[in-house]
Design a protein around this ligand. Sequence first.
Ligand SMILES: NC(=O)C1=CN([C@@H]2O[C@H](COP(=O)(O)OP(=O)(O)OC[C@H]3O[C@@H](n4cnc5c(N)ncnc54)[C@H](O)[C@@H]3O)[C@@H](O)[C@H]2O)[C@@H](O)CC1
Ligand SMILES: [K+]
Length: 520
Amino acid sequence: MLEAFSGGDVRAAEAPLIDAGRGDALMQRAAHGLFGVALGLLREAGRSTYGATAVVLAGSGNNGADALYAGERLLRRGVGATAVLLSDRVHAASLDAFLRAGGTSVTLEDGADAGALARHAATADLVLDGIIGTGSGGNLGGSARAFAEAFTSVAGPRGRRTALVVACDLPSGIGVDTGRVDGPVIAADATVTFGAAKPGLLLGDGALAAGELNVVDLGLDLSALTPAVRSLLDADVAALLRRPTAQDHKYSRGVLGVAAGSARYPGAAALAVGAALATGLGMVRYLGPDAVAALVHQRNPEVVASGGSIGEARSQAWLVGPGAVDDEDQRVRAVEAITAGLPVVVDAGALSEVPERVGPQVILTPHAGELSQLLAGRGVDADRAAIEAEPAHYALRAAEMTGATVLLKGFTTVVAAPSGTLFAQTDASPWLSTAGSGDTLSGIIGALAATLAEDDGAAGRVGVAQEDLWAATAAAGALLHGRAGQRAALRGPVVVSTLPSDIGAVVADLLEGRRLAAVP
Ligand SMILES: NC(=O)C1=CN([C@@H]2O[C@H](COP(=O)(O)OP(=O)(O)OC[C@H]3O[C@@H](n4cnc5c(N)ncnc54)[C@H](O)[C@@H]3O)[C@@H](O)[C@H]2O)[C@@H](O)CC1
Ligand SMILES: [K+]
């Protein structure tokens, strides 16, 4: 499990080491880690270090010092490096070391034209972003802001950049603890973060700006602190997945009841059911209109279907809502399933049926628009944009208010438990943003919930408190879904109806501990 600690906590954990006179050693360790990742990236891109060009962006704090010391190491490997100093006060010893190794420097005065320097940086081989780290609130000011604006306009999505950008500790311009981006930001290909991951690297726009995340161990003692955000890794999900044993039968492996689909959206039921079966469980019971059941059967004849009620269909977990609109029977089933006391995934149409207070076994899976409505119904005014800017804040708020586990879909999927525990998964492929994708996610989580409903050891295996098991289950579903999407995208644009074969393959790989397909 990847654990992210707030900027303040990491700084507090560093304090005793700094007091003991080890500040410089920590800084050298950080710089060495940054250097190693930068070197690796250059090599991966097939660029020789000798003769390569690097630009070090250095702010006034220790973040700039880390980047300058990494620059010193690059210079000693034959890289030509220039430091762009974004303050007239820069950490003296690191700048001195950088210059002594053969680097050059230029100071960007406040108010000066940053365009030429930004173009120079964008067309170098490498940029090390040491503008600000944990010592700032996030939003850039002064000459740092001017440079970041100029750099974004020459190197942004519609600009030209050859440089690989590596963020030192975090991409300058993101909120350390929120991932919030309100101004210009130096978006990175990779981030090398020190001591521990910071929440902003896993959340919202911050995660997008961070690129590939590397954590450099500084030997900090974080054992007494609570992580602000957790992120499940492949091994954690593998530990949650249940491999059938010789003693198992279809009922002991988990039965998921699905009340999804309607005359208007029959396909959602087929997608959710297909994804659930591919995740692995004992049985899917389908409840819904005959015509939808027929479609489900066409694709998956192993499903047991009926037009009955929740009470008549014995299951270990429920999935309600996908594609269920304008259908009174499905609405009643959703209400009954949500209050049945069993784990239940509540998606789409069923989100409006959630009563005032439920328990953490009720897993809500809204996107930002649906969460906005859910919160509005409880007197909290937050539009889609506000939620997307601070996904963790609003997911936690909704979990607190409802008592449910809340999975908020997005580029990073955030899962909040009512206990305050937060997961963020950045596994999704952008190719997954297509119609029907959410139906498959809910099917995966439903299947996991059914297999874990009577598994007393599950929370322990993944290392979370029992009360957070359903949040971990939802996060595991997000990881599986994201990995399946990555795998599918290797073939081309993702067609959601074919995702089950990728889901099955990812489950098999996880259970065997095999390395998964690379991110496209
Ligand atoms: N404390 C430690 O033990 C270690 C810290 N390390 C590095 O130190 C960093 C933290 O260093 P600092 O506390 O010096 O702080 P930072 O280097 O993150 O930034 C603070 C500096 O930025 C300037 N600044 C503040 N807000 C700004 C804004 N909005 N726009 C532009 N400039 C702004 C301030 O003048 C201040 O000097 C970490 O992120 C990490 O990179 C590492 O060297 C590892 C060890
Ligand atoms: K930085």
